[in-house]
Design a protein around this ligand. Structure first.
Ligand code: BES
Ligand code: ZN
Ligand code: MN
Length: 523
């Protein structure tokens, strides 16, 4: 990861190889463009326009400075209409710029001055640069055109005198922690399933926990059998690579505060099992642990950012392969807590492992449970690759997780947890069956999960479309995206902040009334 700096100073003097400046749609020069034009003795907006560019988000133009500025090159990047400039558009523009910036060792930019609140804009811009610099090159040889290029070593955010220095430094730190965590999640997802087994995932989580100070317990196959995790065992029983459950605890709140509980689908490879997928359907199924990776990354970021709140995670991981020992269509599994499921399609396996982790987490009386899973093709058909599906049993939780997603540029959209479809998954032999009919597949999958959370407020994120992409995005290369890790962290930080505000309010209320007539339970 490059080193981050915050420095005052006018763009023309910025001592970096590359100077990245925003252009609004029009085109119209953003912060620093006028000053740089002056030093260059050329109208940069006119140069941009002459190249047929309008300032749309994602457009960019490199302009050599011919020795007139310390920077060798100016990169003009389109950020879209001035009135719509936001943290999300800055993240995307910075991600695009990062692609070009990889040829330079130091970069300076005024991008965060182009929109909204300084802390949000700085965080988004830095995230865009860092996330956009991510590459998966561990499996490439040293020679050839694809060999890794020189990495950016220094990034300088050129600050405005109006900014609150402490808030901006904290924003940079948040962006660094989140970007490193997301890069780790992407590495886990992009790692071929032959290497990334359930035990590999568990060892990676253990190493992360030791580095960040999280408590960690790895459940072995025997532990899972003894604990009644029939779904995790059943899905994994066709593979030579035994299943695991990764349990992580972050204690940032008071011991008596109920935790936020996280889980994610950790199917390290989904062949479909005996209900086998075709070759095309299997191509990307190393990414079927994207939900698990995002939750691990969220725990890492939480451990480093240290909000005053408790968070636990229980992440199940199995490999879904066909073999002489695999589960068969028609088999019945007994889940944690005792509910049974009839497996009519071994390719509907994610819900089977999550059933166990959801039941296990609900035993801990958490304040909420959030799960993320690459669960259904049906959700992808409904919402495409940009948007995850959201289903749950609690309005406030659904509202808050959607807001968190919107705030970090990882949007979700609610689908109904339509109780009348529950009968689609009635089983004649068990408590529930693992498939419905052809229609409403994302919903019947969520209804299956709902069976295992009891009354606990719970929300399910179906990230089948968003966890990996078959093409590059604005700030990720083809493959893993790391979504929805940043949304989950944002939700946790928001809740911790809300808790802090209500603690402060009740302290103030108890000071303002005399002891004898003390009011309790101030709102
Ligand atoms: N992992 C898949 C869902 C998936 C499909 C994720 C495509 C990403 C891209 C899941 O385990 C699965 O196979 N779901 C089936 C369920 C069906 C058998 C009820 C599906 O969606 O087709
Ligand atoms: Zn799957
Ligand atoms: Mn499947």
């Amino acid at each position: 990861m490059p080193k981050m700096h915050i420095a005052p100073g006018a763009p023309p003097e910025a001592a970096a190889d590359l100077l990245v400046l925003p252009i609004y749609q029009g085109p119209q020069g953003g912060p620093g463009v006028k000053e740089a034009s002056g030093a260059l003795e050329a109208d940069l907006v006119a140069v941009f326009a002459e190249n047929g560019l309008k300032g749309k988000l994602g457009e960019s133009l490199s302009v050599p400075t011919m020795g007139k500025l310390p920077a060798r090159t100016i990169l003009l990047v389109g950020v879209g209409p001035k009135g719509e400039a936001s943290a999300s558009t800055l993240r995307r523009a910075a991600g695009r710029a990062a692609g070009v910036a990889s040829r330079f060792s130091s970069v300076a930019t005024t991008l965060p001055q182009a929109a909204g609140r300084a802390d949000e804009s700085v965080q988004a811009t830095v995230e865009g640069f860092l996330l956009g610099s991510y590459r998966i090159d561990r499996y490439k040889g040293d020679n050839g055109d694809d060999a890794p290029v020189q990495a950016v070593e220094n990034i300088t955010v050129l600050s405005s005198p109006r900014w609150d220095g402490a808030a901006v430094r904290q924003a940079v730190r948040r962006a660094e922690v989140l970007s490193e965590s997301v890069a780790w999640a992407r590495d886990l997802v992009n790692t071929p399933a032959g290497d990334a087994t359930p035990d590999f995932l568990a060892r990676e989580a253990q190493r992360m926990a030791e580095e960040t100070g999280l408590e960690v317990t790895i459940w072995s196959e025997q532990d899972l059998k003894d604990g009644g995790f029939g779904g995790v065992i059943g899905v994994g029983q066709g593979s030579e690579n035994p299943p695991r459950l990764i349990e992580l605890t972050y204690s940032g709140g008071r011991a008596s505060d109920p935790p936020i509980a996280l889980t994610g689908k950790g199917v390290t490879f989904d062949s479909g099992g005996l209900s086998i997928k075709d070759a095309k359907g299997m191509e990307w199924m190393k990414a079927d642990m994207g939900g698990a990776a995002a939750m691990l990354a969220a725990m890492r970021a939480i451990a480093l950012l240290k909000p005053r709140i408790n968070v636990i995670a229980a992440i199940p991981s199995s490999e879904n392969l066909p073999s002489g020992s695999a589960i068969r269509p028609g088999d019945v599994l007994s889940h944690r807590g005792g509910k049974t499921s009839e497996v009519l399609n071994t390719d509907a396996e994610g819900r089977l492992i999550l059933a166990d982790s959801l039941a296990y987490l609900s035993e801990k009386n958490p304040r909420v449970i959030i799960d993320a899973a690459t669960l259904t093709g049906a959700c992808m058909i409904a919402l495409g690759e940009d948007i995850w599906g959201v289903m749950g049993n609690d309005r406030t939780l659904i509202r808050d997780i959607l807001a968190a997603g919107d705030a970090v540029g990882e949007p979700g959209w609610e689908l109904p947890l339509w109780r009348r479809y529950r009968e689609k998954i009635d089983s004649s032999v068990a408590d529930v069956k693992n498939i419905g009919d052809r229609w409403g597949g994302a919903i019947t999958a969520a209804l299956f999960l709902a069976e295992f959370v009891g009354d606990t407020p719970w929300v399910h994120l179906d990230v089948a479309g968003t966890a990996y992409w078959e093409k590059a995005g604005d700030y990720w290369p083809k493959g893993a995206t790391g979504s929805p890790a940043r949304a989950v962290v944002r939700y946790v930080l928001d809740q911790a902040e809300k808790d802090g505000r209500s603690r402060a309010r009740s302290r103030a209320a108890s000071r303002s009334v005399p002891k004898s007539g003390a009011r309790t339970g101030a709102k």
